[in-house]
Design a protein around this ligand. Structure first.
Ligand code: GLC
Length: 616
């Protein structure tokens, strides 16, 4: 596909690409011409089936915002051993109602220095234990046949130290050293350290590592074996864009831009969210729009809300299609621990007024730790100060706090700053694990109710809800990682355990914890898909319940109104809600009186009202 064969739409996009490229890389015309060749080649290689999907999605560009979308993220190894294994288990995925599958990092990565696959040594090869690139293409094709889209991580901030570029850099090749950040001595790195925070203060302190073979210092923001790529070098941007397009052409629909805020570094800054990052993301968006317009960019921006939203770009110049609703996730866990919904109300209130076009990915748990990036300015109004508050949250969620049923573990505890983060599965953090161990039926019922309520909350929000594999059967923590020398230092493995297929077989029996959760979720997903009030175009607002322990959310769309109530307290509650209309409980079908709605502890209600005048 030579440039002249591009459609009018693609030509217009190429114009903007050229302008951005030459402003970021002035004087690099050769590199830009190379980029055009990359685009041409990827266009030629794009499989016909994917082109057909692109054409379909161009006609319905909001396909991923549909209310019947449900995602799941899973590790291939933990879920089914191999890519072939995942293919065989697609029936289960479908039974879960899932139509968006995030396969966690599966590209080649040194087993003993992998950061869960986020240290990629070859962007064109699948980890041999999981299968091959053609297995991946086969799996994506099968997923597409079943109406499931596939998300894959694109770990673009760094490569593994075993990547060919890193090996050549280590051997002294200047061209490859220029793809990373190499320094002859520690003077510049020390300058950086004055302004750059640390990602892994305990497991991998500092942002630089000494490279013995090269006799130089190399930038390693994450683990020492993850070398930061230098995107000021256009060869890096070109080669990585080519890698991304390669993955898109294997049938990947959603590219998760891993650690994207970090991809541009500048001395004297915190090296996060710099303006050039947005130029790079916009260029990647343009390249995708030109070659694979059905592909979505999902930005992993684990930052406070004001830093997250700019990654959507503008209406005229969009960047990411979707972003994680990370602060809401952390605020939910704060609410579980404090039973006070005021912060969550404040946080959700901010999300609800954002343009409806913004696509958020809503979730309770993912493969990473929970970082306590909360709105401390807001919390300080109630006398909650950052350091003691984090300590309380961690004490509660690790079960150290008297009476707490949660069973999490700390992550990257930094005693200097009082800044530990937290790990654990949803079920274990809700108390399911402790109740099962103690054989306490009442406690178990409460914990499961809370777990389901958190999911109901995620389903009440607009956006794409994502389940973390295993959560659909309330799977607990995996303590065995403590005995695995390759994992023991990283407590995120606590919630990355193997899928328990024996437990999954109980999903059919509602009297079991697995069945309670599985069928409860299925009911919620089906209601969400069927009722237009869950449409992304709905107005959403916070409903006053008169009780800080009970969160209220209202939704309205084309004559349907929903009042959703969530009781975080340990006691049963009855609240009065001042919203007009005759309401019915969506789950039980019974009439509801809004002047006295009762909620069990850890329970929720979805109350719906249809306005006469708009009835068909
Ligand atoms: C992202 C991933 C995390 C990984 C890091 C470094 O934050 O979610 O698991 O450790 O990037 O690649």
């Amino acid at each position: 596909m030579a440039n002249h064969r591009l459609s009018k739409r693609a030509k217009a996009l190429t114009g903007e690409l050229e302008q951005l490229y030459t402003s970021l890389y002035p004087g690099h015309e050769r590199a830009y011409r190379e980029m055009l060749k990359i685009i041409d080649r990827a266009g030629d290689e794009r499989p016909a089936a994917m082109k057909a999907l692109d054409a379909k999605r161009l006609k319905a560009p909001d396909w991923y915002k549909s209310r019947d979308m449900l995602g799941m993220q899973l590790y291939v190894q933990a879920f089914a051993g191999t890519l072939q294994g995942v293919k065989e288990k697609l029936g289960y995925i479908e039974k879960c109602g899932v139509n968006y599958l995030h396969l966690m990092p599966l590209l080649e990565s040194p087993e003993d220095r992998s950061d869960g696959g986020y240290a990629v040594s070859d962007f064109r090869r699948v980890q041999p234990a999981l299968g091959t690139m053609s297995d991946l293409a086969e799996l994506t094709a099968e997923c597409h046949d079943r109406g499931i889209s596939v998300c894959l991580d694109f770990v673009m901030n760094h490569t593994s130290e075993d990547h060919e570029w890193a090996r050549r850099a280590r051997a002294g090749e200047a061209e490859y050293q220029a793809r990373y950040f190499f320094y002859d001595d520690w003077s510049i790195p020390q300058e950086f350290e004055k302004t750059v925070p640390q990602v892994f203060p305990t497991t991998a302190p500092g942002n630089f590592s000494w490279c013995e073979e090269a006799g130089k210092v190399v930038m390693t923001t994450f683990y020492p074996y993850q070398w930061d790529l230098n995107y000021a070098n256009p060869d890096v941007f070109n080669a990585m864009t080519e890698n991304m397009l390669y993955l898109c052409n294997q049938g990947v629909d959603v590219i998760r831009l891993d650690a994207v805020p970090y991809i541009w570094k500048e001395l004297g800054t915190n090296c996060r969210n710099l303006p050039q990052v947005h130029t790079l993301v916009r260029m990647m968006r343009l390249v995708c729009e030109i070659i694979c317009p059905g592909t979505l960019l999902l930005g992993e921006v684990v930052m406070e809300p004001s830093k997250v939203v700019p990654y959507f770009g503008t209406v005229e110049k969009p960047e990411c299609h979707m972003l994680y609703n990370v602060t809401t996730m952390a605020s939910i866990w704060h609410t579980v621990a404090t039973k006070d919904t005021r912060l969550l109300q404040h946080q959700l209130g901010q999300v609800f007024v954002l343009p409806k076009e913004y696509g958020f990915l809503n979730y309770i748990r993912c493969h990473d730790d929970i970082g306590w990036g909360l709105d401390y300015a807001f919390l300080s109004r109630f006398g909650n100060w950052e350091v003691p508050h984090k300590k309380y949250l961690n004490d509660y969620l690790t079960g150290k706090w008297p009476g707490s049923p949660a069973r999490g573990e700390l992550y990257n505890d930094d005693p200097r700053l009082g800044d530990a983060r937290l790990c654990g599965t949803t079920a274990s953090l809700c108390g399911v694990e402790a109740a099962r161990r103690e054989g306490d039926g009442a406690k178990l019922a409460w914990a499961l109710r809370l777990d389901l309520m958190l999911h109901a909350l995620v389903f009440t929000m607009s956006g794409l809800p994502i389940l973390y594999s295993g959560d659909e059967i309330a799977q607990g923590n995996d303590l065995s990682y403590h005995n695995d020398p390759l994992k023991a230092a990283d407590s995120r493995y606590l919630h990355r355990g193997r899928m328990d297929w024996k437990a999954a077989a109980l999903a059919r029996d509602e009297s079991t914890p697995e069945g309670f959760m599985f069928s409860g979720l299925r009911r919620l997903e089906t209601l969400r898909g069927n009722r237009r009030v869950f449409d992304g175009g709905a107005d959403v607002w916070i409903v006053n319940t008169g009780d800080d322990a009970v969160l209220g959310i209202g939704r309205y769309f084309r004559g349907e109104k929903l009042v959703a109530l969530f009781n975080f307290s340990e006691n049963e509650k009855t609240v009065a809600v001042h919203e007009l209309g005759d309401y019915t409980d969506l789950l039980s079908g019974e009439k509801a009186d809004l002047s006295a709605v009762s909620l069990p502890s850890g329970g929720f209600r979805w109350l719906i009202c249809t306005f006469e005048e708009t009835k068909a």
